[in-house]
Design a protein around this ligand. Sequence first.
Ligand code: FAD
Length: 387
Amino acid sequence: MLDYVDLEADLDAEERLIRDTAREFVEEKVRPDIGDHWIAGTFPTELIEEMGELGFYAPNLDGYDLPNVSETAYGILMQELEACDSGLRSMASVQGALVMYPIHSYGSEAQKDKWLEAMGRGEKIGCFGLTEPNHGSNPSAMETHAEADGDGYVLNGTKTWITNSPLADVAVVWAKDHTSEDDPVRGFLVETDRDGVETPKIDEKLSLRASITGQIELSNVHVPEENVLPGVEGMKGPLSCLTQARFGIAWGAVGAARNCFETAREYATDRDQFGKPIGSFQLQQEKLAEMATQITTSQLLVHRLTELKERGDLRPEQVSMAKRNNVRMARDQSRIAREMLGGNGITADYSPMRHMANLETVYTYEGTHDIHSLIIGHDLTGIPAFQ
Ligand code: FAD
C-alpha cells in the first residue's frame, strides 16, 4: 500500500492493529460484493453489528464500552473503510461522529445509557437530520420546528438527504425551538417508530449507491422533554458534529484515492499494449507519479491535523481545509485512475469509477467544496462572504 514517506513508522501497536483489523474485514467481508451492492443500490446490512463488534463506531470516544482509541487510529479506520467504498465509511461516520458524538457530548446520563452502548455494538442505528429540501448549505434557515406540548414538544418539518434514515432506530433532528424567545436550534432524539414519523428512501442516486439515503418527514410528532439534548443550543450543536465527521472524511478520502492508485498501478504493470506493459510508457508513469504525490501530501495534512486534535488545538477552519483539499484530490485522482484502465475502467469490476461517482457526494455533503472555500476565506480575511 502506498506510504511514500513512511508514516507507518510512527504508528503504535494499537493503531497498526486497528488498521489491520479494518483492512482484513474490508477485504474478506465487503470488497468481494461491494460492486454488486453498488449496482443494486443496497448496503450490506448484515455487517452492521459485526462492524460494531469490531469497534468501528465512535472508537475515539470514552466510557460506555467504547474503545477510546487515539485520533490517529480513528482516522486510519476511516481511511481503510473508504478505501473500500465511501458508503461504508459514511455508515461509520454517521453512526459515530454525527449521532453518538452529540449524545456523548450534549446528552443527559439517561440518553447516554439508553443509546451509546447499543449504538456502539451496532444493535441500534442512528441518523442525523440537518439538511432540508429548501436549506442545504445554509441550515440555519431551517424550517423544522418544535412547539411546547404538555410534557414535551411537537415537531413538524422535513429533513432530506439523510444517510441511513430508512434503516434508523433514532434520528438526531435539529429543529428551531419556538418555545424560546429567539428560536434557538436544539437537538431532539426522535425514535423513528413514533406516530407521525416517516423515513422514505431516496432512489435513483448515481453516487454513493451502496449507502441508504432517505428523508425524515415529521408530522405533529410528540417527543417528551427527556428526548431533548440538554447540553447545547444554537448552530454550535450541529456544526460541532460536522467538524468531527469532516475530520473523518478528510482521512477517508485519502483511502479512496489510495485504492484508485493501487488499482491503476497494478493494471499498468499487468496490461500490455504495443508489446509491453502500459506502465512502461512515460505518460502512464507521470500519472502514477502525480497520483502518489497528491495522495502523500494529503496524508501528511491529515496526520498533522490529527496531532493538533490530540492536543486540543484543532480549529474547525483547519478541518475545512483538509476536507476541501483531500476530497478534491481524491475526486481528481479517481478520474485519472479510471482513465488508466481504459474501457475496463468504466465497469464495476474495478473500483475507480465507483469511487469517482461516490466522491461527487463526498464533495457535496458535510459542507460543499464552495462552502469550505468561504469558511477558509472568512478565516483568512475576517470578512464573511456567505451572503
Ligand atoms: P445547495 O446548498 O442548494 O447548493 C447548491 C450549489 O450552490 C452548491 O454547489 C453550493 O456550493 C453552492 N452554494 C450554496 N451557497 C453558496 C454561497 N453562499 N456561495 C457560493 N456558492 C454557494 N445531510 C444531513 O443533514 N444528514 C445526512 O446524513 C446527509 N447525508 C447525505 C447523503 C448524500 C448522498 C447527499 C447527496 C447529501 C447528504 N446530506 C446530508 C446533505 C448535504 O449535506 C447537502 O446536500 C449539502 O449540504 C449541500 O446542500 P444542497 O444539496 O441543498 O445544495
